[in-house]
Design a protein around this ligand. Structure first.
Ligand SMILES: [Zn+2]
Ligand SMILES: [Zn+2]
Length: 347
């Protein structure tokens, strides 16, 4: 079969590789679409070294058709449209034993720690496979993983119906939070970023959100202005680095300053460097900082929302490439972040 393989960082090429064989309790999936994630970009650049071992077939966001199903599998039948929750937990550590398996101390992901879905076929344990309704498009099915990140972050934050929120970072994660939040709250949503083009993309999907360019105006002042001086109930940090724009706070501290007294900050960005925060700004508000990692059973909720037609993730897709042109997809994301958000690979 064909697969897109990273053999050296910065390069991903289509290669002929061995087709996986179906094992006990597994489902062999013929992949239709896969999506390039921010994590894939980190891997591509070599920033996940040595966690990722080369050669690697990346891809943890994908969907396709169940081609072959092991005889002891009950949840999926051959021909079903399916997607995969890529997380693999140990079941033995303290987090796993408490049912908090996405915080497993040895958490692994398909497509990061082992070969993933940028391939014609992949075989995975049946408990990781979710059936997707036929009428949901293959493209949208490949976006279920990224949407589950937004739903999980909303759940971690305890987002409820009338909450006003700020999302810092209008990238893939920020937009997945936006899509999820739109199914939960009718309150005010502010999206902050440094790229006008990214903000315009979010605004074109949801005309009633507020956007603010952090370089041009102070997002904290903006939030105060539209909430009558109150601040938002929840601020999400989805930037992925700790750097600050001149004259502004770093992303986490910005969130702390934008929330109301007793508000919450939910952090998702995986920076390799510390973020400076002033504790009294947090303590005086008796605010909470909550972290959010991957997802914890939110696939079912995302699939249900897609089934009902309340989610429109296609607005995140800015390009579709054939699997053989994966390199081009990665280069577009690296070189033109103002133009590209989600790139799908057609397998
Ligand atoms: Zn991802
Ligand atoms: Zn564990």
């Amino acid at each position: 079969m064909k697969a897109a393989v990273i053999r050296e960082y910065g390069k991903i090429n289509l290669e002929e590789v061995t087709k996986p064989v179906l094992k006990d309790n597994q489902i062999l999936i013929k992949v239709k679409y896969a999506s390039i994630c921010g994590t894939d970009q980190h891997i591509f650049r070599g920033e996940f070294h040595p966690r990722t071992q080369l050669p690697l077939i990346p891809g943890h966001e994908f969907a396709g058709i169940a081609e072959e199903v092991s005889s002891n599998v009950r949840n999926i039948s051959p021909g079903d449209k399916v997607t995969v929750d890529p997380i693999i937990w140990c079941g033995k550590c303290a987090a796993c034993q408490a049912g908090h398996y996405n915080a497993c101390t040895t958490l692994k992901l398909v497509g990061i720690d082992l070969d993933g879905g940028f391939a014609e076929y992949i075989s995975v344990p049946s408990h990781m496979v979710y059936k997707v309704p036929e009428h949901v498009s293959d493209k949208n099915a490949a976006l279920i993983e990224i949407l589950s990140i937004g739903f999980h972050a909303s759940a971690r934050a305890g987002l409820s119906a009338n909450d006003n929120i700020l999302i810092v970072g209008s990238g893939k994660v920020g937009n997945s939070i936006l899509h999820a939040a739109k199914t939960i709250t009718t309150g005010k949503i502010v999206m902050a970023d440094i790229l006008d083009e990214r903000l315009a993309m979010a605004k074109s999907a949801f005309g009633d959100i507020y956007t603010v360019n952090i370089r041009k105006s102070d997002p904290v002042a903006f939030v105060k202005e539209i909430t009558g001086g109150r601040g938002v109930d929840i601020a999400f940090e989805a930037v992925g680095h700790e750097k600050e724009i001149e004259g502004r706070f770093n992303p986490v501290r910005l969130c702390i300053n934008a929330i109301k007294g007793g508000g919450k900050v939910t952090v998702l960005g995986l920076s390799d460097h510390p973020s400076g925060i002033l504790m009294k700004e947090l303590i005086w508000k008796e605010a909470m900082i909550i972290s959010s990692r991957v997802s914890h059973g939110e696939y079912a909720k995302v699939i249900e929302s897609l089934d009902k037609g309340t989610l429109h993730p296609e607005s995140m897709v800015t390009g579709i490439f054939d699997l053989k042109d994966a390199q081009k997809g990665f280069e577009f994301l690296e070189n033109e972040p103002e133009k590209h958000l989600k790139i799908l690979l057609k397998v």
